[in-house]
Design a protein around this ligand. Structure first.
Ligand code: FES
Length: 122
């Protein structure tokens, strides 16, 4: 079971929720279940509205990173990921700083998710 902590100027205080191990919910779905107001539009990795910043609470516990082609393209268009960061994610399991909440599956690792509340504006 992982703890996902959401933080944003849109929220009165941070909120920590449990992500069930083996579940395949996205961070966006987890946020919605817990009434956390991450902006979204397409839910499909195309619009960039759900941009989030991710920090790993135990960075030494590396896990393979799964970036979809859509997520890579959209993050590139937003100027939120470089070719080097993509390579580091895919080859060295080094997570990029920014993700799309609708593409990022919560896994068995504790993370802190930061969002501004402005679509695409993390
Ligand atoms: Fe459109 Fe996530 S909601 S990219």
């Amino acid at each position: 079971m992982a703890i996902v902590t959401f933080t944003s100027p849109m929220m009165h205080k941070d909120k920590a929720v449990y992500a069930v191990a083996g579940d395949t919910k996205t961070i966006l779905a987890l946020a919605e279940d817990n009434r956390i107001p991450i902006p979204f539009e397409c839910r499909d990795g195309n619009c960039g509205s759900c941009l989030i910043e991710v920090s790993y609470d135990n960075p030494e516990k590396k896990k393979a990173i799964m970036l979809t082609d859509k997520e890579k393209t959209t993050l590139k268009e937003l100027g939120k990921i470089t070719a080097e960061e993509i390579e580091n994610a895919e080859v060295k399991d080094m997570p990029p700083r920014y993700r799309l909440a609708c593409q990022f599956i919560a896994r068995d690792e504790d993370v802190t998710i930061t969002f501004t509340g402005t679509p695409g504006g993390s």
